[in-house]
Design a protein around this ligand. Structure first.
Ligand code: ADP
Length: 500
């Protein structure tokens, strides 16, 4: 048996870079994490320093090897999971970023999206890419950079510059400029990738005046793209997986068959449903995206996000001062038997899928003289579950598949009350895995498949272990009453915002 028993997973997130070592049983054997700076130069703008991302990422990789006592010579290879859509433009000759990275949250290209929409491009862009025309995705960010950096478009056309999402940037840096690659899970978030043809879309490149010379080669999500420079970590480790963070978590949760769903409860919620070989166009404003491409087979997914999930708990803490730490919300909410008729619609920043109501704002309904802070805490937790249930119903309707269970992760998935209520609402079990580092684990599994640590997706599915399972425990009638209350609250919230 090979002595190389470990995979180094790099989890490059929006606020921190992490490195986690996994063994071949899928256990975490060491981890290191470093936060990096967020820049908000103007309202609606969010930037990262691409060089700082790189430095923090390579530093945590070196750190985890050191602190775990696992030498790089025992590592079979590297897998990368990354924040998606964030856009980097760099100079090929020097490997230097030409501008700050434009982060997925950045809205500066809203005007470009408005122009495309006014010119009637929206539905054709959705047909081609599976995405909604929104500044969130990379292409209009890249166009903005080419429009605003003097000479950039001309230099790009001459092949002097490179574009990439964070995965491409990291592989370029790791390989010292030898590999300029991405994978379909990331490419399908750029608004430039044709889902049906599984290639960069020439029409969209032309429409946005993006020279093709800028683009990375699209390879699969699990293969050896190249090796990292031996000076970096002590060994020329193969780089063997690239996956967008949400798709990585879906893989790490072993949602490997059509109809399987994972939901990540972080600041917001990200729900992803595996739809297998079918790219399903959504009728409910969900996104259609590539899940991963492994061994010549592309799997697709439907994705929906909720803006305020764990952030609702932060609001209870920071906005209302009802709790001093996020985890206190559970005992406060448990101090009452139910919501007492109180509903919170946390549309503080509008509503995401499936409503997409940017102008909606938060609302609290059903207060009586008996209502107290515990009811509000309970309503806040329940709102996270209601919003997730709305996304799941949209997924079931789009896909025609009935979900059998939902696998969950993220910071707020530590909350047992929330997960029990989620199971009650959905009428299917909610399952929290034993290993909750699902994003990094997905990257590790994909790399391990390419490197022979795991032989097949089936083996990974068998290895995945449930930590705790929450079974639905209320009657249909009670579920109907609860959902009815939520729907009324939602309808009133949308009406108040002028959205219905
Ligand atoms: P992100 O990756 O988006 O930064 P995390 O997965 O780290 O998010 O989760 C952090 C979020 O989870 C915060 O919004 C926090 O309020 C929430 N959170 C943490 N612990 C709990 C808990 N026990 N119950 C509910 N929410 C929680």
């Amino acid at each position: 048996m090979s002595a190389k028993q470990f995979i180094l997973a790099l989890d490059q997130g929006t606020t921190s870079s992490r490195a986690i070592l996994f063994d071949r049983e899928g256990n975490v054997r060491g981890q290191a994490q470093r936060e990096f700076r967020q820049y908000f130069p103007q309202p609606g703008w969010v930037e990262h320093d691409a060089e700082e991302i790189w430095r923090s990422q390579v530093a945590v990789a070196a750190e985890v090897l050191k602190t775990s006592g696992i030498d790089a010579s025992r590592v079979a290879g590297i897998g990368i999971a990354n924040q998606r859509e964030t856009t980097v433009l760099w100079e090929r000759a020097t490997g230097r970023a030409l501008a700050p990275a434009i982060v997925w949250q950045d809205r500066r290209s809203a005007g470009i999206c408005d122009e495309l929409s006014a010119a009637g491009w929206e539905s054709s862009i959705q047909d081609k890419t599976g995405l909604i025309l929104d500044p969130y995705f990379s292409a209009t960010k890249l166009k903005w950079l080419l429009d605003h950096i003097p000479g950039a478009r001309e230099r790009a056309a001459c092949g002097e510059l490179a574009f990439g999402t964070i995965d491409s940037w990291l592989v370029w840096k790791l390989s010292q400029g030898r590999c300029h690659v991405t994978d379909p899970s990331n490419a399908s978030r750029t608004l430039l990738y044709n889902l049906e043809r599984q290639a960069w879309d020439e029409d969209l490149l032309k429409l946005l005046a993006i020279p093709r010379e800028l683009l990375p080669e699209v390879r699969s999500s699990s293969e050896i793209y190249g090796h990292c420079d031996p000076a970096l970590l002590g060994c020329a480790l193969p780089i063997a997986a690239i996956i967008g963070d949400q798709q990585g978590a879906t893989f790490g949760q072993a949602c490997l068959s059509p109809g399987m769903v994972k939901n990540t409860y972080g600041t917001g919620c990200f729900m992803v449903m595996n739809t297998g070989a079918r790219a399903i166009a959504s009728k409910h404003r969900l996104l259609t995206t590539v899940a991963w491409q492994v061994g010549g087979q592309t799997d697709f997914a439907l994705e929906g996000s909720v803006f305020m999930a764990g952030a609702t708990v932060q609001w209870l803490r920071d906005g209302l001062g009802l709790i001093s730490r996020a985890e206190e919300v559970e005992s406060l909410a448990r101090s009452v038997p139910d919501n007492g008729g109180v509903y919170l619609v946390p549309a503080f920043t509008g509503l995401g899928a499936p409503h997409w109501a940017p102008h909606a704002r938060g609302a609290l309904f059903g207060l009586s003289r008996g209502s107290n802070k515990a009811h509000i805490a309970r309503a806040a937790l329940e709102a996270i579950a209601y919003q997730s249930a709305d996304v799941l119903v949209a997924m079931e309707q789009d896909s025609g598949m009935a979900v059998q269970e939902m696998r969950v992760d993220g910071g707020a998935a530590k909350n047992d009350l929330l997960l029990q209520f989620q199971a009650d609402l959905l009428g299917v079990p909610v399952v929290r895995p034993r290993v909750t580092e699902t994003t990094a684990q997905g990257a590790a599994y994909l790399a391990g498949l390419a490197l022979g640590l795991w032989s097949s997706k089936a083996e990974i599915a068998r290895q995945w272990q449930s930590g705790r399972r929450f079974e639905p425990g209320i009657s249909e009638a009670r579920r109907g009453d609860l959902l009815h209350g939520w729907k009324r609250a939602l309808a009133q919230t949308l009406a108040w915002a002028g959205n219905s």
